[in-house]
Design a binder for this molecule. Structure first.
Ligand code: PEP
Length: 279
């Protein structure tokens, strides 16, 4: 069942982030916003616990939004303990497709579940770019995560050259359809899609709200064709790429933007908390 609610968002901002106009409340499907912080290759165990400890009180009163942190593997256990009594959930930054065996250096879905992970980021552009991740390996990892009760955050996104040569939709289609190949509708509903234009990650260049909305809407259309309008309307699609407290609100105001995958700004408790409180 799809429940319709009226969004209470009323503010719009210009490109300098000044309050510009008041927009009309809009109908949007009830999709719980989901804000995830990807810490990447940052933070020792003690630094991770300090960041978590600082974040907890700042977001303690936040309801109606899912809050996730994704520390490096080494800090997952400690952060899991630190968030035990909080509204913060835990994600890993990657997972291997096999459960166990002779795969030196890898970490499996049962292992992530064992340390308290709820989500796992799969197919981040940095893994595609530097570690040979492909649509096929993403798909295998997604299936392994789902088989063990982990919710995949599947990252998709075009590079600058691909956008400039008019191939954004083709790339997004291959990432989305490749990543979710063979999933039932029930499995798909456990997934989150993160649209992250590669040219916006860590560069300070955010996609405009219109650019983000255009691709998010395209992704929802792909899911409509592959499954149904009802299924597509329930899937959450995050935007990622230089999300900051200053631009989170206008991105989240887009009808098909349901959350943010945040890199740099998630490394400071205050800035991540401000993004969580985007409204
Ligand atoms: C990311 O790591 O997925 C990301 C979007 O990074 P940043 O927010 O720093 O651009």
């Amino acid at each position: 069942m799809v429940i319709k609610v009226t969004s209470l968002k009323t503010d719009n901002y210009d490109s300098d982030h000044r309050r510009l106009t008041t927009i009309q409340p809009k109908e949007r499907t009830m999709r719980i916003p989901i804000i995830a912080g990807n810490w990447k290759l940052n933070n020792t165990v003690s630094e991770s616990v300090s960041l978590t400890t600082a974040l907890k009180p700042l977001v303690a009163g936040c309801t109606g939004v899912e809050i996730i942190v994704a520390p490096p593997f080494t800090a997952l256990t400690s952060v899991s303990s630190a968030i035990a009594d909080s509204n913060i959930q835990l994600a890993a930054q990657d997972v291997y497709s096999e459960d166990n065996g002779a795969f030196t250096g890898e970490v499996s879905a049962p292992m992530l579940k064992d340390v308290g992970c709820d989500y796992v980021i799969i197919g981040h552009s940095e893994r595609r770019q530097y570690f040979g991740e492909t649509n096929e390996s993403v798909n295998q990892k997604v299936k392994a995560a789902l088989a063990h009760g982990l919710k995949p955050i599947i990252c998709v996104g075009e590079q600058l050259e691909e956008r400039e040569t008019g191939r954004t939709e083709a790339i997004i289609e291959s990432h989305v359809t490749g990543g979710i190949a063979g999933l039932s509708a029930t499995d798909l509903l456990s997934c989150v899609i993160a649209y992250e234009p590669v040219w916006a990650i860590g560069t300070g260049k955010t996609a405009t709200p219109d650019q983000a909305q255009e691709v998010h809407n395209f992704i929802r259309g792909l899911l409509t064709s592959a499954y149904s309008a009802e299924v597509a309307s329930q899937i959450r699609i995050q935007y990622g790429g230089s999300v900051k407290p200053e631009n989170a609100s206008e991105l989240m105001a887009q009808p098909d933007v349901d959350g943010a995958l945040v890199g740099g700004a998630s490394l400071e408790a205050e800035s991540f908390a401000e993004i969580v409180k985007f409204e």
